[in-house]
Design a protein around this ligand. Structure first.
Ligand code: MLT
Length: 409
């Protein structure tokens, strides 16, 4: 008899953003005339930077003729892209990373979800609450979390992020093996200082743990004192893996290109406590299960690092950051407390006593605006909503005006 993976029964019925999409589509069907403005899922809305489009076209043209056609490429990515990433995103900021430590992929969601496969099922994971649901759900699927009771999995160490700790998790008080961190944070939009990040690196070194550091939103950092990469912190190479994406940076959500950094000195341990190098494990996994990102897409991603590409990407991100400021100002004027929206595209808003889904429904039905209910990111998100800055200026301004009207403020 073929039996299903029993751990799937422990998951919530559907993935957060699928659940929201279903609710929004049901509402749209019942009210087809409402022009819904989507500030929920962090999906970009502006066209690709011109430098990327031109490189994309050239890549497609090369694929059209035998002399320049490419079949299977290296699973880890072409060296023209890996070397550029290492030089521009890391060494230019003093972080010691080489091209062959970069694994190009089709998305940070897939990589953050898949990476847990490299670890044994009996490790203890530490996850922030609220959290990007992929980290938790993929560990549930792998059978690493224990049973779900009263809104939480018994085997997980939840690191609560609340107004009391400025939404930056405290070091766990119990022993943990794998730590998920995300900065600038999804969903709260908060950032971490170098000294606070150093405490995490030191903790991982002292306790033989590993950090999975999701830096998908680093391009939104404008404060030069903040770290963009965990490898700007001394000692991180041995204890941290970093995930990056071109999705939010250069508008690649539909084009698909991201990368994971696994330093050659990054270690885990075998059952006898002997160090095992993670680079060779991820390389084995990647070459077995993945056949590389399309050549024209990698050429388009490479163009992000050209002089024009850099300027165009900066302009795109600046535009979204300006939207985030508009959201912040609207929240100030309506008397809502919030964090995020500075060095981040997400604003995390306290609903002044409303529960998350109640606030979500109110905004959808009275203002035609989609947000993300905080509770979808974990228990500590109850009472909050997340508003994303990913939309056009015009739509963000209209959404804020509609919200003011709906709330009578
Ligand atoms: C989000 O809205 O949290 C993100 O867009 C989800 C993702 O990047 O997968």
């Amino acid at each position: 008899m073929i039996t299903a993976n029993p751990h799937y029964e422990k998951l919530r019925a559907s993935y957060l953003f699928s659940d929201i999409a279903k609710r929004v589509s049901a509402y749209q069907q019942s009210c087809p005339d409402v022009d819904i403005i989507r500030l929920g899922i962090g999906d970009v809305t502006h066209g690709l930077p011109d430098a990327c489009v031109q490189a994309f076209h050239r890549g497609v043209d090369e694929m059209a003729v035998d002399a320049t056609f490419r079949g299977y490429g290296p699973e880890q990515g072409y060296s023209f892209l890996r070397d550029k990433i290492a030089a521009e995103d890391f060494r230019a900021r003093g972080a010691d990373i080489d091209g062959d430590e970069i694994f190009v992929s089709d998305g940070a969601k897939c990589d953050t979800g898949n990476f847990q496969e490299l670890f044994s099922t009996d490790i203890k994971i530490a996850i922030p609450d609220p959290v990007y649901p992929v980290y938790l759900d993929t560990n549930v699927m792998a059978g690493r979390t224990g049973e779900f009771n009263n809104g939480r999995y018994g085997g997980v160490c939840y690191m609560e992020c609340t107004a009391e700790n400025n939404f930056v998790p405290d070091l766990p008080e119990e022993p943990v093996d794998l730590i998920y961190l995300c900065f600038p944070n999804n969903p709260t939009g908060t950032t971490i200082t170098k000294s606070a990040l150093k405490r995490w690196v030191d903790f991982a070194r002292d306790t033989d743990a590993l950090i999975l550091f999701d830096a998908a939103y680093e391009a939104f950092i404008r404060n030069e004192d903040l770290p963009r990469s965990i490898y700007e912190i001394e000692g991180a190479r041995e204890v941290a893996v970093e995930f990056r994406s071109f999705s939010k940076t250069a508008g690649f959500t539909g084009t698909r290109c991201a990368y994971t950094v696994v330093p050659k000195s990054c270690r885990v341990f075998d059952q006898t406590g002997k160090p095992v190098l993670l680079h060779s494990l991820w390389n084995r996994r990647h070459t077995t299960k993945f056949n590389g990102v399309a050549y024209p897409v990698q050429r388009a991603a490479e163009a992000v690092y050209s002089t024009e590409g850099k300027a165009q990407v900066k302009a795109l991100v600046d535009g979204y950051l300006e939207n985030a400021k508009i959201i912040q100002r609207a929240m100030d004027s309506m008397g809502f407390n919030y964090v995020g929206g500075t060095d981040s595209p997400y604003v995390w808003i306290n609903g002044n006593g409303r529960d998350s889904w109640e606030f979500f429904d109110l905004l959808l039905k009275k203002a035609g605006v989609v947000c993300t209910p905080g509770t979808g990111f974990g228990q500590c998100g109850e009472g909050y909503i997340r508003i994303s800055a990913f939309n056009s200026r015009d739509k963000v301004e209209t959404a804020m005006a509609r919200m003011r009207e709906a709330l009578g403020s």
